[in-house]
Design a protein around this ligand. Structure first.
Ligand code: GDP
Length: 359
């Protein structure tokens, strides 16, 4: 079973082992002789961070043996997962996401709550190492014993990264992490992936500029459960208050949400740590309200169904690409389609028939 959270030992931070946000430190190497699944699961359920880190590395590995073992670890952890509150945090680079997560995370670990921070960073696919993870970030949180920080896995498609993050979330929950913060850069498709795996979605904005100017994709504001105008400090306070009013008016014009929740617009400063307890109160109110009206559970079921279908499509595609018989058959059928000997629908039906016959 998951350990009870330790008391706040942030005062000891100079003696605590170094930075979990460092990509190299977070990539706990898989031991030479792979541990048995039972040892991994016992370690995770006991809240052992080293074992948790190693199991996540198995999830991220491309090696087929690692993937098989990772699946059995995830399956064994699943009955112990699902009890956390999952919060997605987005905003353009520079808005203060990592500073905000550091401030919120420190507030939470002092409650004391166990906090896991995961990131989905599409840029990590290209740079083979997370830009988010390479920066020295969340310095106090990363050394806190109640926190576990894991950067985005590298070298995969967004779908692959999202699936791995979702499985990582299950292991973190089984290890007793109660609050899971999933960070993503507010560009591209990653917010949609994060939105489909969290309970609550928080958008950070800067004072002053409208969402187009901040590079916020259309639809992101609509999917947010809370908008927080960060950097409300120094000479930005007046502008921030004006932005707050403008966003409140804009949100007012949107159709009512399925949850019955009216997304608030608040101001905060991650730097001065103002507005953080108020934001946490809003998150907690949302949870309470949606648990009561059953939206919370409904949303999780909808997400599970989404991931089931996503996984089927992905695995099917992978099978067609890697199984030699299927690959050859697909190539032949594609040639026939491209030379108008078969219609795409006929070709697809033949592929499915072959797949069914083969298995
Ligand atoms: P991220 O790219 O969204 O993760 O942003 P960072 O957390 O790295 O912050 C970008 C810059 O903004 C850094 O120089 C931070 O110190 C600064 N910053 C973050 N939050 C605040 C804030 O609330 N107020 C002010 N004045 N600066 C902030």
């Amino acid at each position: 079973m998951a350990k009870k959270p330790d008391s706040d030992r942030s005062a000891n931070k100079s003696t605590t082992p170094p930075n979990f946000f460092n990509k190299k430190a977070a990539d706990k190497p898989i031991p030479k002789r792979q541990k048995s699944t039972e040892i991994y699961v016992t370690g995770i359920l006991g809240g052992d961070r080293v074992t948790l880190g190693q199991a996540i590395t198995l999830i991220e590995s491309q090696h087929p043996d690692h993937q098989i073992q990772a699946q059995s670890i995830v399956e064994a952890c699943l009955p112990h997962a699902g009890k956390s509150f999952r919060i997605g945090i987005t905003g353009t680079p520079g808005v203060g996401k990592s500073s905000f997560i550091e401030a919120l995370g420190i507030y939470l670990v002092q409650q004391p709550k166990k906090v896991a921070v995961l990131t989905i960073d599409p840029t990590s696919q290209k740079s083979h190492g997370s830009i988010l993870g390479d920066k020295t970030r969340m310095q106090d949180l990363s050394v806190h014993p109640n926190a576990f920080i894991r950067p985005s896995p590298a070298g995969d498609s967004l779908g692959g990264v999202a699936r791995k993050t979702r499985e990582t979330m299950i292991l973190c929950e089984a290890a007793g992490y109660e609050e899971i913060l999933v960070e993503t850069v507010g560009v591209g498709q990653s917010e949609t992936a994060v939105h489909s795996m969290v309970d609550f979605f928080l958008l950070l904005l800067l004072p002053g500029a409208g969402d187009e100017l901040q590079g916020i994709k259309r639809g992101i504001v609509e999917m947010s459960d809370l908008i927080a105008i960060n950097k409300t400090d120094g000479n930005r306070i007046t502008t921030a208050k004006q932005s707050q009013k403008a966003y409140k008016n804009a949100l007012h014009l949107l159709p009512a949400t399925d949850s019955g929740w009216i997304p608030p617009v608040v101001t905060c400063s991650a730097l001065e740590k103002t507005g953080i307890p108020e934001i946490w109160q809003i998150c907690s109110d949302y949870r309470k309200m949606t648990e009561k009206n059953d939206f919370f559970q409904k949303k999780r079921k909808k997400q599970a169904s989404y991931w089931l279908h996503e996984r089927i499509q992905n695995d099917l595609r992978l099978h067609l690409q890697t199984d030699s018989t299927m690959k050859t058959a697909l190539e032949h059928i594609e040639t026939a389609v491209l030379s108008y000997q078969k219609t795409p629908f006929q070709g697809a039906r033949e592929i499915l028939q072959l797949l069914i016959k083969k298995n």
